[in-house]
Design a protein around this ligand. Structure first.
Ligand SMILES: Cc1ncc(COP(=O)(O)O)c(C=O)c1O
Length: 425
């Protein structure tokens, strides 16, 4: 019932009283305001639905970036289509020069993410797809707010998708947005009453587990402790072990699985009935009603804090230090010269960090590709609105302890260490 003395910082937003503080309005566009959007149960469900809208199936080819998480690939495979991988440049943009010579004629769709929440320039990608009759899936899972060049985020793809859990304190949620007039919005099955209740209680449990609902924390934690005790008694065995929010991180089994097992594990990330189910009221309500200004401002502030903390240091560097004006970052990408074994130690300590080191088996080494190197060297540090100043300081301390190899050096002495600056949209 009592939380541990120092709780690990949450990797994703969690509900607390502060969730409802601040102004509702932000200048940034959001996919939640897209004129033709549908709330889904997750970003991966939205990708699956996007592919179905585009009529992708067996024999079709979908091109994905070499830098990815398995949830971007499994929907393609679930529909029996083929996935192939394209290289990205040092800003995370697709290498269109490579694509122009290597994209197979059978390519039906190209998926392009706005990595880390920093909008990619999309004009050239859109033109490339139009010239070839290839559908563009704009992956805004990291980019809920902002503008990519001359258009709102999510307005470039024939289809765009987003992930709610990365920006709002919900246990589930995604968005499918259709920009192409010829596409039909899918019909989803309604969530059951149990799903509705579970989503609401998961949201509260998540906040109480992180001690964010002062006055209610003990009550909520007590109720959940009682529930799991009763469940154990009824089942006569051990509890389910599912954590608050229903999105407990699976233990990383990377390196312990052979290729076939790795693919099976990745395919299990897609639940077909859940992908075709509507979002619950509680999760939808949170994503629509929570004031947005605090989300955008806190993330931008935390990103700037990390940029300053890690600039001019030996052994690490901010991957993309220039934060475009019109966006809200999802995570802070930190390039680390020697990420192992420090990364595993950070995970063990509960530091809110992740790394996309579980690439889909068989991703090729391609000329001029930054993606494979990023999957090894780039750590994604949480920078969301529900991190406290103490959480941020602890993250910096751990990075300093594990990866920074010499005392702080001045910026003037290390100009060459600065990474390339992301081009503003
Ligand atoms: C770029 C990208 N696209 C899609 C997804 C899938 O989103 P979700 O976790 O909501 O299923 C993720 C998840 O991390 C992601 O990083």
């Amino acid at each position: 019932m009592t939380p541990p003395p120092t709780l690990p910082a949450p990797r994703l937003p969690v509900i607390g009283w502060r969730t409802f503080a601040g102004a509702a309005h932000v200048d940034q566009h959001s996919l939640l305001d897209h004129p033709r959007h549908l709330p889904t149960t997750s970003g991966r469900a939205a990708i699956l639905l996007a592919l179905e809208c585009l009529d992708v199936g067996p024999g079709d080819l979908v091109l994905l970036p070499t830098y990815h998480c398995p949830t971007m690939v499994s929907p393609v495979k679930t529909l029996g289509a083929d996935a192939a991988f394209y290289p990205i440049d040092e800003h995370g943009a697709p290498r269109l020069d490579w694509l122009s010579t290597h994209a197979p004629a059978s390519t039906k769709a190209l998926l392009v993410p706005h990595y880390f929440g920093l909008p990619q320039p999309m004009e050239a990608v859109r033109a490339w797809c139009d010239a070839r009759g290839i559908a563009l899936i704009e992956d805004c899972a990291h980019a809920m707010f902002g503008r990519a060049g001359s258009r709102a985020i999510g307005a470039w793809g024939d289809v765009a998708i987003a992930s709610l859990t990365k920006f709002f304190p919900t246990p589930e949620g995604g968005i499918l947005a259709l920009n192409h007039a010829g596409l039909t919005m899918p019909a989803l099955t309604p969530a059951s009453r149990i799903d509705q209740i579970k989503a609401g209680s998961d949201i509260l449990h998540m906040g109480a587990a992180h001690d964010r609902l002062t006055g209610l924390n003990r009550l909520i934690r007590g109720a959940f402790a009682l529930k799991s005790l009763l469940r154990q008694l009824v089942r006569g065995g051990s509890g389910s072990g599912a954590g608050a929010g229903g999105k407990t991180a699976a233990p990383s089994r990377h390196g312990e699985l052979d290729e076939a097992e790795e693919i099976d594990a990745n395919m299990a990330l897609i639940d077909l009935p859940l992908s075709h189910r509507a979002l619950t009221h509680a999760s939808g309500w949170i994503s629509r009603r929570v004031p947005r200004r605090r989300i955008v401002e806190a993330r931008r502030h935390h990103y700037a804090f990390f940029t300053e903390a890690f600039s001019g240091r030996d052994g690490v560097r901010p991957l993309l230090p220039a934060l475009p004006a019109d966006c809200a970052p999802y995570v802070f990408p930190l390039w680390v010269r020697t990420p192992d074994p420090g990364y595993a130690e950070m995970r063990r300590l509960g530091v809110p960090v992740s790394r996309w080191d579980r690439l889909w088996p068989g991703v090729p080494a391609l000329p001029g590709d930054a993606g494979k190197s990023w999957s090894h060297h780039v750590l994604q540090l949480a920078c969301h609105q529900d991190l406290t100043d103490a959480d941020l300081r602890r993250i910096v301390e751990q990075v300093e302890r594990l990866f920074i190899t010499s005392p702080e050096t001045t910026l003037e002495t290390t100009p060459a260490a600065s990474p390339p600056v992301a081009s503003a949209p």
